[in-house]
Design a protein around this ligand. Structure first.
Ligand code: GLC
Length: 438
């Protein structure tokens, strides 16, 4: 006899996850760690080089991160000012960092012989991090995952059709759901679930909501951990909590159907997400901080990625950047945490970004280029509301207005507030002026 299921709410009416902490914390660590750390040439190496199941096995047999110390990772991230982290429980290669009941393709069966996820969650939680799990929808290892014609290791394989015989995507979806259930029931509180990704094509090829059974997956998350935030990559028109941008920055605050939404940009240091030994396109501390500021100035978050090495460490290029970011955050995090896009009445001066703390009523002007002597803040709002200004890094006063001699030389509009800055640019990666408003 068919069981009567309780009436289920339509997707758009399901309760949402809790974003209150997320929009305050603003800065997180993304971790991509799996077998691909060993080839060390991109986490898509199987796809890019068309590596067969058998040929990829050599990494599984040699995965042994003997220097793995999640406490050291969490310390480095905490010192950089990060407040949450999102780790790849499984990436597209299908390898699982935890001791899953549903597969043998997991860390416990490699030479390391242990669950790598659990101690990581413990270490980050012990340092007050919120916990996020990235879980790949794609799985190039699972025997029932239907091999795609345009992505994956077998995309150009002459026998792809033959290899697909007997594969049943629905069985893969059942595995996917079982693992998500396991992750959401056996690892304590999970604050973010980050699925990756869907690629439906108009001609019906590719994969999307019907291949993952996305709607059921979303309901499962809501049922097991209703507070958890869910990203937008399940190919569902609604029901998600935040939008993701990948290796790009939105041009302005993000809206969907005219309404502002919670969003996060995820960015790499050098292009690859997994550890990549030979990549030379590393971004500077200065550049990375500008990206963080840019996110917050548009009401969004930054999730900055690290690909740990096959021995289980953050390499020196990572550590140098995290510590540079931390140096700045130590004195400037006030312009990041609890901040968002400034109200429209405050026009952003040239070569700068504004962030705004609505509770404290403080406006932060991040100066990407240091102006000579005077910072012009256009608009009545500045004139009427700013009562005090200081450089954020050392709390030294910035005087409001300019002297008569200078005033005579520059065309002044009454609708601008002018601040007199020191001639020498402060020694901060991005100098910030803190404005106290009435
Ligand atoms: C992509 C990639 C990937 C990375 C991710 C991060 O979809 O497939 O390797 O994990 O996005 O946003």
């Amino acid at each position: 006899m068919a069981r009567l299921s309780p009436p289920s709410l339509p997707l758009r009416d399901l309760p949402r996850g809790d974003a209150s902490w997320f929009v305050r914390d603003r800065f997180g660590l993304f971790l991509h760690w799996g077998l691909y750390a060993l080839p060390a040439r991109h986490e898509w190496v199987r796809d890019r080089e068309g590596i067969s199941e058998e040929a990829y096995e050599k990494y599984f047999r040699r995965f042994d991160p003997d220097l793995y110390d999640p406490g050291a990772w969490a310390d480095a991230a905490a010192n950089a000012g990060m407040k949450y982290f999102v780790v790849t429980t499984k990436h597209h290669e299908g390898f699982c960092l935890w001791d899953s009941k549903h597969t043998e393709y997991k860390a416990t069966n490699t030479p390391t012989g242990r669950d790598l996820l659990r101690p990581m969650l413990e270490a980050f939680r012990a340092r007050d991090f919120r916990v996020g799990l990235y879980h790949s929808l794609i799985d190039w290892h699972h025997p029932h995952f239907v091999l795609d014609p345009h992505i994956g290791p077998y995309k150009s394989h002459p026998d792809r059709k033959k290899l697909n015989r007997g594969r049943n995507q629905a069985k893969y979806a059942a595995y996917l759901h079982a693992q998500v259930r396991e992750l959401l029931t056996e690892f304590g509180r999970v604050d973010i679930l980050w699925f990756d990704f869907s690629y439906p094509k108009p001609d019906g090829s590719g994969k999307g909501r019907s291949d993952w059974k996305s709607e059921e997956l979303l309901r499962l998350v809501r049922e097991l951990q209703p507070h958890a935030l869910l990203n937008d990559r399940l190919d569902l028109p609604c029901g998600w909590d935040f939008k993701t941008f990948e290796q790009t920055q939105p041009r302005e605050g993000v809206r969907v159907n005219g309404k502002p939404v919670v969003w996060e940009a995820c960015q790499t240091f050098s292009g690859s997400w997994g550890y990549h030994r030979d990549e030379m396109t590393w971004r500077s501390v200065d550049d990375l901080l500008r990206t963080l500021v840019d996110c917050v100035s548009k009401g969004g978050n930054l999730l900055l990625n690290v690909g740990p090495t096959g021995r289980g460490e953050f390499d020196e290029r990572v550590l140098a950047r995290l510590s540079g970011i931390g140096e700045w955050m130590k004195r400037h995090s006030r312009s990041i945490y609890g901040c968002t896009q400034a109200p429209a009445e405050f026009a952003c001066p040239r070569d700068a970004r504004l962030t705004w703390n609505p509770e404290k009523k403080r406006l932060y002007v991040h100066l990407f280029a240091w102006p000579y002597k005077h910072l012009h803040l256009d608009g009545e709002a500045y004139v009427k509301r700013v009562e005090y200004a200081q450089l954020l890094h050392d709390a030294s006063e910035v005087r409001l207005g300019l002297d008569a001699w200078h005033a005579k030389q520059v065309a002044l509009s009454r609708k601008a507030l002018v601040l007199t800055l020191p001639v020498v640019r402060p020694n901060a990666t991005v100098p910030v002026v803190e404005l106290f408003l009435k």
